[in-house]
Design a protein around this ligand. Structure first.
Ligand SMILES: [Zn+2]
Length: 110
């Protein structure tokens, strides 16, 4: 079952409520993995990695890193509606194809 990937790099997205750890949070898409239907979103879905003690890093430690999140857990965030929205296809004033908010008509690809 392939989900059409409507999310692109630099989009602002919001995680559905109920998404573990990230529900209701927004963030900017940093990276898209179209084949896997997953994206990396800034500030969403942090994982903590423990660093082992080594000569370079004698104390060890923990680093924070963003983990990928399934596109199905995300919606495009509309700055006008101030929430996650469904998108339709639209055409910008310059005649370019764009994604459009189904609620308010905001074009995402200016
Ligand atoms: Zn909208």
């Amino acid at each position: 079952m392939g989900t059409r990937c409507h999310i692109r790099r630099n989009d602002i997205v919001i995680a559905h409520k109920g998404t573990p750890a990230s529900g209701g949070k927004t963030g900017k898409v940093l990276q898209v993995f179209p084949g896997r239907g997953r994206v990396i979103v800034e500030g969403l879905n942090y994982i903590h990695k423990t660093l082992r003690k080594s000569q370079d890093n004698p104390k060890g430690g923990i680093i924070q890193k963003e983990a990928s999140i399934a596109v199905s857990n995300l919606m495009l965030y509309c700055p006008h509606c101030k929430k996650g929205v469904r998108v339709a296809r639209g055409v910008s004033e310059q005649g370019q194809r764009s994604r459009k908010c189904k609620k308010c008509g905001h074009l995402f690809d200016g």
